[in-house]
Ligand binder design. Structure first.
Ligand code: SF4
Length: 510
């Protein structure tokens, strides 16, 4: 079976979904070929000539291309790191195919000037006109020989993000046109969100032989006609050992791993995990530590990324007892166990390099209304303990939830300001209401984005705390605080949390 991860999403680590699907297929005896378009397609773009002969920047980055794309010698300051990322971006954005089509592109994003991934008619257009896609020359050349192999009669296309949707559909359409006997299954978390939401998704079923939502391992094995023999051990095939001579765009090798699907808490009212009612399926902690040990020995990563929506408290305890070897990071809730300094020290000893923590608000009333299940006193203690133990923190906050008003937002700002010395990185976002949310039952809601496949919706804020006002607040009130501005300035451009664990050295120099 051929498994494809379409461009364009962050290309600093292999796609975790493909590795897990491959593990189940291999366990069932199915040979698998993995193609990661997010890296290969992007690198193909960087190989293309400059699209504008008068563009001096475009020419400059091409002269130093190999050096820019290599992380074998990491930059020795944050400024040099930022310059490198900006040059990587320029290599693709100044390439001829991108300039000709007018696409907006980065190593983490793709926006077509004419087509929207939120409109089913545009997805269908992309499916029927694959040759118009920026990546067409790459994927047609790369996939043709693979699709001629008899082992690749079945093809899986996995889409997790909107930025993959148009190219993913172009790939599906091209395969069905050129290789009509191929059987294509389409899945991934984006497809899951669409199918679980209220939009009419009937048109999607015409674009592949099978559309899948939820945990994909069993389904994909059965799609090939084989018997499911369990999830197996994730396999990265030759994604790390590539013939195209470049490794992932990261200061160190990252090994992604999913220990669970869905979230065990699943109560936060703003979160699609809650509204999509995604089943929580967790691997046994025995399997997780065994897999991590096998995979670490095989691929020798410098960092493990545990990709779960939130790493379960039980798994964190197990990682403390049986550290995986390499350092690791992932999303966690503010757990009461972390209020113990000793516990945080043990956590650091287990290799925990960074925790991504959803705080959302520094106003207790708002937190209660969001059903976050955390108290600010506990958050305060945990942030201090993690800092003391040497664990980096990437804290997420958002503004504009129905229960928040300007005063609540100011309380969040003050909480962050007071704890700035304990926060390594900060993500401050404007709240987006998931399309499947029932939170707006008592609110006046309406379409947010143009398109029948929107995944968020708009609403009239009960206290008039509008998106425009919130954006002004972020610029004027939040960034007015020097300590907060300093944290925000540390955000690694483009790769954000994926590269943040590698930034410790730069933070120490601050
Ligand atoms: S915000 Fe995090 S903890 Fe809350 S339901 Fe979503 S994934 Fe779970």
């Amino acid at each position: 079976m051929l498994l494809i991860h379409p461009p364009q999403v962050r290309n600093c680590e292999p796609p975790v979904a493909l590795a897990h699907l491959a593990g189940a297929l291999i366990a069932a005896g199915e040979p698998v070929t993995l193609v990661d378009g997010a890296l290969e397609g992007f690198l193909w773009l960087t190989d293309q000539p400059c699209g504008d002969s008068t563009d001096l920047q475009g020419k400059r980055v091409r002269r130093k291309k190999d050096c820019i794309l290599s992380f074998s010698q990491n930059p020795d300051s944050f400024d040099k790191y930022k310059k490198k990322i900006s040059d990587i971006r320029l290599l693709a954005s100044t390439s001829k195919p991108v300039i000709e089509r007018g696409t907006k592109i980065s190593p983490a994003d793709y926006q077509d000037p004419q087509l929207s991934p939120l409109k089913s008619q545009d997805l269908f257009y992309s499916w029927t006109h694959p040759e118009e896609n920026v990546y067409f020359p790459w994927f047609s050349l790369r996939l043709k020989p693979l699709l001629k192999e008899k082992d690749n009669l079945h093809v899986g296309v996995s889409m997790g993000f909107l930025s993959q949707a148009l190219t993913g559909m172009a790939i599906c359409g091209w395969i069905k046109k050129e290789f009509p006997h191929s059987r294509v299954i389409l899945g991934g978390s984006l497809i899951n969100s669409w199918l679980k939401g209220p939009s009419d998704t009937s048109s999607l079923y015409k674009l592949a032989d099978k559309i899948h939502h939820g945990q994909g391992e069993k389904d994909i094995v059965q799609f090939t006609g084989r018997e499911y023999k369990g999830p197996g051990i994730p396999s990265f095939g030759d994604l790390y050992n590539r013939r195209i001579s470049k490794d992932y765009l990261s200061p160190g090798r990252i090994l992604p791993y999913s220990a669970a699907l869905g979230c065990s808490w699943k109560r936060c009212t703003f979160c699609s995990e809650t509204w999509e009612q995604n089943r929580h399926c967790e691997k046994s902690s025995d399997d997780v530590v065994r897999h991590l040990s096998v995979l670490s020995q095989k691929y020798n990563p410098s960092l493990i990324h545990i990709c779960d929506s939130e790493i379960s408290p039980e798994l964190i305890d197990r990682l403390i007892q049986q550290p995986p070897g390499p350092q690791w990071y992932g999303f966690s809730r503010f757990l009461s166990s972390m209020s113990s300094r000793e516990y945080c020290v043990k956590l650091a000893r287990s290799g925990c390099r960074m925790l991504c923590l959803g705080l959302e608000s520094g106003d207790q009333k708002v937190l209660n209304s969001l059903q976050k299940g955390i108290r600010l006193e506990l958050v305060s203690e945990i942030l201090k303990n993690l800092k003391e133990a040497g664990i980096l923190t990437y804290v997420y906050i958002m503004f504009g939830t129905p229960a928040e008003n300007r005063d609540g937002a100011l309380r969040t700002r003050d909480f962050i300001g007071e704890h700035s010395q304990y926060i390594s990185f900060l993500n401050a976002a404007v709240f987006n209401m998931p399309i499947a949310s029932r939170e707006d039952d008592n609110l006046n809601s309406m379409e947010f984005y143009e398109g029948d496949l929107a995944i968020y919706k708009n609403f009239i804020h009960p206290e008039g705390w509008s998106r425009g006002e919130i954006r002004t607040f972020l610029q004027k009130d939040l960034k007015k605080i020097t300590e907060i501005r300093d944290i925000l300035k540390r955000t690694p451009p483009v790769f954000t949390s994926s590269h943040a664990p590698f930034m410790a050295e730069f933070l120490q120099k601050e």
